[in-house]
Design a protein. Structure first.
Length: 197
C-alpha cells in the first residue's frame, strides 16, 4: 500500500489540511494519507501547542468520515526533538509491506536540503508537493529549485489553500467566528473545551 505522510502539529487541524490530504488521496498514486501529528517541531516554540493527545483527538474527529485519511501518532513515542528520517525508519520497521511518501508544501521543499539526512529520505521515498502562494515580490526572478525535475519529486496541481492554524488560533482568541474553517466535529470539540481562548 502506498501511504502519503502529511506531517504537522495540526494545532488545530482545519479544512485546508483536509482539502490537501483528500486531493492527494484522490488524485495521485497514494492509497491513503496519514496525518502524522508531531509532538514537538524543533523549529517551533512548544508553549503554543495544545497537548499531543488533544491535537490527535482533533485529527481523529476531522478524518472519521474519510476512508483514505488516517491519524498517526508514531512520533509520540520517539525521542524529542525528532527528525523525519527517524520516523520513516520506525514506520518501515512497523509496516514493512507499505511504501511511504512525504507530502509537503512548496515552501518546505525550498528548505528540504536543510533537513537531517535529506539525501537518504530522497533515495528511499517519493515526495508529493502541493503549491503555496510565494511570499517573494512579484517582480523578483523566480529562483530555480535544486530539486526541479527530480524523479522522486512530484509537484501536484492541488488547490492553493491560504489558511493557517496560527490565523485560526488568533481569530479564536479575538472572539471571531472560525466555524467555516474547521471540520464540524473539530469546531464542536474546540468550542466545548474552550481551547485557544
Amino acid at each position: 500500500m502506498k501511504i502519503g505522510l502529511f506531517f504537522g502539529s495540526f494545532n488545530p487541524i482545519h479544512v485546508g489540511h483536509l482539502i490537501i490530504a483528500n486531493h492527494m488521496a484522490e488524485h495521485t498514486k497514494l492509497d491513503q494519507v496519514w496525518f502524522v501529528v508531531t509532538p514537538h517541531n524543533p523549529f517551533k516554540k512548544k508553549s503554543t501547542l495544545l497537548d499531543n493527545y488533544q491535537r490527535l483527538e482533533m485529527v481523529h474527529l476531522a478524518t472519521q468520515d474519510y476512508d483514505s485519511l488516517t491519524p498517526c501518532d508514531i512520533e509520540f513515542n520517539l525521542t524529542q526533538p525528532n527528525y523525519t528520517v527517524n520516523t520513516l525508519v520506525h514506520l518501515l520497521e512497523k509496516y514493512p509491506t507499505h511504501e511511504f511518501a512525504l507530502i509537503m508544501g512548496e515552501d518546505n521543499l525550498k528548505s528540504f536540503h536543510k533537513w537531517k539526512n535529506y539525501e537518504v529520505i530522497l533515495e528511499n521515498h517519493h515526495i508529493y508537493v502541493y503549491p503555496r502562494i510565494s511570499k517573494t515580490k512579484p517582480d523578483a526572478p523566480k529562483g530555480k529549485n535544486q530539486f526541479d525535475g527530480h524523479e522522486k519529486i512530484h509537484v501536484i496541481d492541488a488547490p492553493i489553500i491560504e489558511l493557517s492554524s496560527t490565523f485560526i488560533r488568533k481569530s479564536i482568541k479575538a472572539g471571531k467566528n472560525v466555524k467555516p474553517m474547521l471540520p464540524k466535529h473539530v469546531w464542536k470539540y474546540l468550542d466545548e473545551m474552550n481551547f485557544y481562548r
